[in-house]
Design a protein around this ligand. Structure first.
Ligand SMILES: CC(=O)SCCNC(=O)CCNC(=O)[C@H](O)C(C)(C)COP(=O)(O)OP(=O)(O)OC[C@H]1O[C@@H](n2cnc3c(N)ncnc32)[C@H](O)[C@@H]1OP(=O)(O)O
Length: 435
C-alpha cells in the first residue's frame, strides 16, 4: 500500500509492507527500515551478520512495517531508499481477565529522523494506522512509550506498571515458605522449547500479559541478546519443575562481573506460571554463592516476594515505571471481551480526539460478562472520560478515584465509586513483554 501525505516537510511518500526476506536476506525495503529505525534509537548501523536473523524474526512475528520516504535526493545525503520515519505493527493476544484473550494491535519501532521531526509525520503515520486497525476489526491498540508525553494525544493511557528491584541475597536472605518441587540448572538451549511453554502458563493466568514475539525464546535460550541476534555466552538458565515433573518457571540471568560491587546477578528474564514457582525461582537466585545482590527491572507492583522474605528489608524498589499503554479502538468490543469480577451498570461518555471511540455507552455487567449498548448523544452519562483514561482504567491498573482526583474524569463521587467497583480486579495487571 502506498499513500502520500503533504505536511510541513513537503510531500512524503508513505509505504506499508510486510517485513520480508529475499534469498535469506532482508528485502530492500526491510533493510532500509532497519537502517532508519536503528538510527532513530541511536544504535549503530545494522550489522550484516545479524540482519538476516532479525528479519526472519520479524517475518515470524508477522510484522507490518510502515515507512515514510522523502524522494527529494540531496548530494551526499542518505539515499532516498532509507525512510525518514519508521513505524511497525504486529498482533498478539492480551489477557483481559478470566483467561480471556483479546487480539491487540501492537505499535513499535516509531522513529522520525531529526531533520524531519515535529512536522506531523508521527501524527500522519499513527492516525492512518489506528484507523486501519479499527477498520480491520481490532478493538485495542498497545505500545510502550519512550516518553510519557507523546501518546496521550493519540488516545493511549498507561495501563500496567512494573518495578525495578534490588534484592540483597547475603547471608540473611531466607524465605518463610518451605521449598516445593525442584530447581535445575539447564542448558540455555533447552529454553528454546521450555520458555514459550512456561510463558503460555503465565499468559493464560495473568491479566495484562501480552503474548510474546519470536525474539523472547531466542534471548532466553542465549541465542540472541536483547539488542542484537548474537549469542550470549554469559547467560545461565534454571528451571523450576513441579513435583509431577512439569516445568513451571524459568529464570535467565547473568553475572555483572567481579568489578561490580556488591557482586550482582542480573535477571534477564523470569517467568513463573504460579505464585509457588515464582518463590522457588527466588529461593534459587538467593542461594547462588558469591553473589550479594539480584537485580530485576520487571517485578510486579504487587510483589509477593517481600512478604515471603524472612527479612522484607532485603527487598528494595529502585523505581516504578509505566509498561503497557492501551488505546481503545472499539469500546463495545473491548469491554465485551474483558472479564469483570463484579456486576453493575454504568453509562459513560467517551471523548476521543481521533473520533474512533467517541460516543456514549451503557455497560451492563452480569456474571462477569459486559454487554455494551451505544446511547444516543442526548442520553445522560454517569461519567465523562477521555479514551486515554479509559485505556488506563481498562485492566484495573489505575483507579477512577485517583484519576478523578487528578482532574482526568468528570462525574459524581457515587459514579466514580461504581466504576471502581465494576473495573476492580483482585490482582494488579502485569505485563512482562517488551516489544
Ligand atoms: C511505540 C514506540 O516506538 S515509542 C518510541 C518513540 N520514538 C522515539 O522516542 C525516538 C526519538 N523520537 C522520534 O523519533 C520523534 O521525535 C517522535 C517519533 C517521538 C515524534 O515524531 P514527530 O514526527 O516529530 O511527531 P509529530 O510532528 O507528528 O508530532 C505530533 C504531536 O506530538 C508532539 N510530540 C512529538 N514528539 C514529542 C515528544 N517527544 N514529547 C512531547 N510531545 C511530542 C508534537 O508536539 C505534536 O503535538 P501536536 O500535534 O499535538 O501539536
Amino acid at each position: 500500500m502506498e499513500t502520500s501525505t503533504a505536511n510541513q516537510a513537503g510531500t512524503i511518500r508513505i509505504e506499508q509492507f510486510p517485513a520480508g526476506l529475499e534469498d535469506g536476506r532482508p528485502d530492500a525495503r526491510t533493510m532500509g527500515w532497519f537502517e532508519a529505525v536503528r538510527a532513530g534509537f541511536h544504535d549503530g548501523a545494522p550489522e550484516p551478520e545479524h540482519v538476516a536473523e532479525q528479519a526472519a524474526g520479524y517475518v515470524a512475528d508477522g510484522r507490518i512495517l510502515r515507512a515514510a520516504y522523502d524522494d527529494e535526493a540531496r548530494p551526499g545525503a542518505w539515499g532516498t531508499e532509507i525512510p525518514v520515519a519508521t513505524y511497525g505493527t504486529m498482533v498478539h493476544a492480551l489477557n483481559v481477565g478470566g483467561g480471556r484473550q483479546l487480539p491487540t494491535h501492537q505499535i513499535t519501532g516509531v522513529t522520525v529522523r531529526p531533520t524531519h521531526r515535529r512536522r506531523g509525520l508521527l501524527r500522519s503515520l499513527i492516525i492512518q494506522d489506528l484507523e486501519q486497525a479499527a477498520a480491520n476489526g481490532l478493538a485495542m491498540a498497545a505500545l510502550q512509550a519512550s516518553e510519557a508525553t507523546i501518546y496521550g494525544r493519540f488516545g493511549f493511557g498507561a495501563a500496567t506498571f512494573t518495578r525495578s528491584i534490588d534484592v540483597d541475597v547475603r547471608e540473611r536472605f531466607q524465605l518463610r515458605s518451605s521449598s516445593y518441587g525442584t530447581m535445575e540448572l539447564v542448558d540455555p538451549a533447552a529454553l528454546l522449547d521450555l520458555a514459550p511453554r512456561i510463558f503460555a502458563g503465565f499468559q493464560a493466568g495473568t491479566m495484562g500479559s501480552l503474548d510474546r514475539q519470536y525474539s523472547y525464546a531466542q534471548v532466553a535460550a542465549g541465542r540472541w541478546q536483547w539488542e542484537k541476534p548474537e549469542p550470549n555466552r554469559k547467560l545461565r538458565t534454571a528451571v523450576h519443575f513441579l513435583p509431577n515433573g512439569e516445568p513451571a518457571g524459568y529464570v535467565a540471568y547473568k553475572f555483572a562481573g567481579w568489578d561490580t560491587e556488591p557482586h550482582t546477578m542480573k535477571v534477564v528474564d523470569l517467568v513463573a506460571s504460579s505464585a509457588a514457582s515464582y518463590l522457588e525461582l527466588w529461593r534459587y537466585l538467593g542461594s547462588i554463592d558469591l553473589v550479594q545482590r539480584i537485580t530485576w527491572p520487571m517485578a510486579p507492583v504487587e510483589d509477593p516476594l517481600p512478604w515471603a522474605l524472612a527479612d522484607a528489608r532485603r527487598y528494595a524498589v529502585k523505581s516504578e515505571e509505566d509498561m503497557l499503554w492501551l488505546r481503545v479502538l472499539d469500546p463495545a468490543a473491548a469491554l465485551e471481551a474483558r472479564h469483570f469480577e463484579r456486576d453493575g451498570t454504568l453509562a459513560i461518555a467517551i471523548q476521543d480526539p481521533l473520533g474512533l471511540a467517541e460516543g456514549k455507552f451503557r455497560l451492563d455487567v452480569d456474571g462477569g460478562r459486559c454487554r455494551v449498548k451505544r446511547l444516543d448523544s442526548a442520553a445522560p452519562a454517569d461519567l465523562t472520560l477521555g479514551v486515554d483514561v479509559l485505556g488506563s482504567l481498562y485492566l484495573g491498573g489505575a483507579k477512577a478515584r485517583t484519576l478523578a482526583g487528578a482532574g482526568r474524569l468528570d462525574g459524581g463521587d457515587a459514579a466514580v465509586d461504581r466504576l471502581d467497583r465494576l473495573f476492580g480486579t483482585s490482582a494488579a495487571p502485569y505485563c512482562i513483554t517488551h516489544f
